[in-house]
Ligand binder design. Sequence first.
Ligand SMILES: Nc1ncnc2c1ncn2[C@@H]1O[C@H](COP(=O)(O)OP(=O)(O)O)[C@@H](O)[C@H]1O
Ligand SMILES: [Mg+2]
Length: 254
Amino acid sequence: MPASKPSPIRRTQTRPPASVVVPEVTPKRFYGHGLPGEDLTKLNGKLIVVEGADGSGRSTQISQLVQWLEGTGHATLQVGLKRSTLVSEELEQAQNGNILSRTTLSLFYATDFADQLENAILPALRAGFMVLADRYIYTLMVRDLVRGVDEAWLRNVYGIALVPDAVIYLDVRPEQLVQRVFAKNQSLDYWESGMDLGLSRDMFDSFLKYQALMRAAFRRLQKTYGFAIVDGERPPSEVSEELKQKISAVLAGH
Ligand SMILES: Nc1ncnc2c1ncn2[C@@H]1O[C@H](COP(=O)(O)OP(=O)(O)O)[C@@H](O)[C@H]1O
Ligand SMILES: [Mg+2]
C-alpha cells in the first residue's frame, strides 16, 4: 500500500477566537486599618465601583458591563448597599421605623458594608472575579456628611474598605434625576428625597434640594478619593462606551 500523503492540517475556524484579556494583577490596599488577617497579594480580581444618585443610571450601566465582561470571559459578582445577609433586613426595619440615631444608623450601614466586604467582595476577588459594586463607601459617607457627621470619624470607620481598582461617579443634575425616578417609579423614595432632614415638606422640592447637597458633597469627596466623574446625562450607550474604556484600562493594569 502506498504511503498515504500526510493530510493537510484542517482549519475549521475561519476567525481567530475572541481574545480573553487576563486581568493584570496590580497591588491592592485598604484605605486605613482594613480587615485583619487579609493577605492582599492574593486578590487577583478587580473591584469596580459605580457610584451615583438615585436614577443616575447605575443599574442600567452595571447590567451592560456585566454582559460585556461575561461575554469576554470574565466571571463577575454584583454587590450593593443593604444586601448583606447579616443585617440587611434589620437595616430595612430600622429605616422604616426611623428609630435609630444618626450615629447608630451609620454604624449599622457600616456593618452591612463590612459583612459584604468580608464574605462576598474579598472571597470573589481572591477567586479572580470582576466585582461590580452598585455604590460603595462614598454614598454612605456623603449621606452622613450632609447630615452633619464628622468627616474624620467617617474616614476612620471606612478605613476598613478596600481601595477599588476603579470608581466611576455618574453625574446627573437633580432636575434630570427627579424626572427619571418619577418616570420609572411614579413616586419618590422618602430617604432618597432626604425627607428626614426637613428641607421641605414637599417631597419633590426636598428631593431637588437633597440631591443638590449630595452632589456638592460628592464633588468635595472626589478631591480626597479621586474617583472619575462621568457625565451621566448622555444616552446610555455613550456612557457605557466610556465606562468600558475605563475598565479596559483597569484590566490592562493601568
Ligand atoms: N443615560 C440615561 N439617559 C436617560 N435615561 C436613563 C439613562 N440611564 C438610565 N436611564 C433611565 O433612568 C431610570 C433610572 O435608571 P437606573 O439605571 O435604574 O438608575 P439607578 O440604578 O442609578 O437608580 C430608568 O428608567 C432608566 O431607564
Ligand atoms: Mg438601581
